[in-house]
Ligand binder design. Structure first.
Ligand SMILES: Nc1ncnc2c1ncn2[C@@H]1O[C@H](COP(=O)(O)OP(=O)(O)OP(=O)(O)O)[C@@H](O)[C@H]1O
Length: 439
């Protein structure tokens, strides 16, 4: 039996065509292509000469979760998802503290699939199968719930915890996962919401009122989840704030209200897990500090680390491709995918020279433990501060890669200087990055 290849097509918001009609049109178009490249998006400029497609479909993404290399349409089973995107952005749920009258931003609520998260999944690159595993875990959990499997016999909790150093894409992965589920499970759940709870905001102040705020917040979450055709994804960011509040309460530094508030949150999350259409995603920067009670509730706990050389190369290659596509680096040149460099035995050749130079930069960045966030910022710093400037000529790809190398060196020097300034007071993670307010 051929393996499935998931295809996600965005329907133009004004289009009135039925999903089934569009599935057929997309399938017919894809079957005519000689190869399909997982992880790529086909935009409407590529199907100008297929008017029925251009009229209704904004873009077609060939998903990368089941296949890594190019495939021919005949060797796979195309599973096509058609969806429209919400354009309105997040709605912030604020609550007023009874004592001080101040407004607290308790949660952001996104209608999914959201325009903001389009392409996020594809932009995240990890070593190993982190993306695939988290997606399969969640799909299996929801499937078991659907079949009515008793969780007391086959235990699962529908809580996912991603932990690791700052800037490694944990929050982004949760958002991307939520978007992916909304798209993939669109037939079963025609509506989906992502509710992002800011644990840090809830527990940093207002301890006297936090318990009430938590209760109010979850009333709202349950109201959303009371619609059985609504997929309800709750993201608890910086979940270590719970443990912090609990410890402070136990040490007598904070009133026992703090403890009650943390317990209220854990109880509410437990109740939520009993709903068949809800799922809890949590992130933490400090693994050791995550509340034990919370860790115990999560049955998928994954450490998300800084990118190793392969992921670092693909992230930087994506940045180069984007800058060449927009003309900021010119002329357009070929950068090989890592598997091609690998296949050629890393042989030096004129064609491979720039790719191999980029591979060297990626290796240095990975050896220094650069986070995904720091890595994504390097191309901008390279262009702004290190690329040769001339009004007449554009930066060539090789010049740009040399500028990337210079930007990396500078970034590491700056970071070392920062650590010298603040040696004692600031907590540091394994990569010697200072944790500033969790960022
Ligand atoms: N593995 C990765 N692949 C691609 N991009 C990444 C990766 N890791 C981080 N990034 C980029 O870094 C940025 C920061 O990611 P995000 O905020 O999700 O990280 P985080 O781990 O939640 O960090 P924090 O805990 O500090 O909030 C994102 O815009 C993302 O594009």
């Amino acid at each position: 039996m051929s393996r499935p290849l998931h295809i996600e097509a965005v329907q133009i918001i004004q289009s009135q065509a039925s999903k089934d009609t569009l599935k057929n049109i997309v399938r017919a178009y894809l079957m005519k292509l000689s190869k399909l490249s997982p992880g790529t998006t086909i935009t409407s400029s590529s199907y100008e000469d297929t008017p029925e497609l251009k009229e209704h479909v904004q873009s077609i993404t060939i998903c990368d979760t089941e296949h890594e290399t190019d495939v021919t349409p005949n060797e796979v089973e195309l599973v096509i998802h058609i969806y429209t995107m919400d354009q309105y952005g997040a709605e912030t749920d604020t609550m007023t503290d009874g004592t001080s009258g101040e407004e607290v931003s308790a949660a952001d609520v996104w209608a999914l699939p959201a325009d903001e998260f389009h392409g996020l999944w594809e932009s995240l690159i990890y070593d190993g199968r982190l993306k695939e595993d988290t997606l399969r875990y969640v799909e299996t959990a929801l499937d078991l719930t659907d079949r009515g499997v008793n969780p007391l016999i086959v235990g699962w909790s529908r809580v996912v915890l991603l932990h690791g150093p700052p800037g490694t894409g944990k929050t982004s992965l949760c958002r991307a996962l939520a978007q992916k589920l909304a798209v993939r499970l669109g037939d079963r759940f025609p509506r989906a919401r992502l509710i992002e709870i800011n644990a840090h905001g809830l527990f940093s102040k207002w301890f006297s009122e936090s318990g009430k705020l938590v209760a109010k917040l979850f009333d709202r979450v349950r109201e959303i989840a009371s619609d059985p055709r609504m997929l309800c994804l709750v993201l608890v960011d910086e979940v270590e704030s719970l443990a912090h509040a609990r410890r402070a309460a136990m040490a007598g530094l904070e009133p026992s209200d703090a403890l009650r508030a943390v317990n209220a949150l854990l109880t509410q999350l437990d109740r939520l897990r009993r709903l068949p259409n809800a799922l809890v995603l949590a992130t933490s920067n400090l693994t050791t500090a995550v509340d034990v009670a919370f860790v115990d509730r999560a049955d998928l706990k994954r450490r998300v680390g800084p990118p190793a050389p392969r992921a670092a190369y693909e992230i930087l290659r994506g940045c180069c491709e984007e800058l060449m596509a927009r003309g900021a680096v010119a002329p357009r040149e070929l950068l090989f995918a890592l598997r091609i460099l690998h296949g050629s035995g890393w042989a030096e050749s004129d064609h491979a020279r720039t790719s191999l130079r980029l591979w060297a930069v990626a290796n240095s960045a990975a050896a220094a433990g650069l986070s995904g966030r720091a890595l994504r910022r390097l191309p901008f710093l390279a262009l702004a501060l290190h690329a040769p400037r001339s009004a007449q000529t554009r930066t060539t790809l090789l010049e740009f890669i040399e500028a990337l190398s210079a930007a990396l060196k500078c970034h590491l020097e700056d970071e070392a200087a920062l650590l010298e300034d603040e040696p004692v007071t600031k907590p540091q993670n394994k990569n010697n990055e200072i944790i500033l307010n969790g960022h």
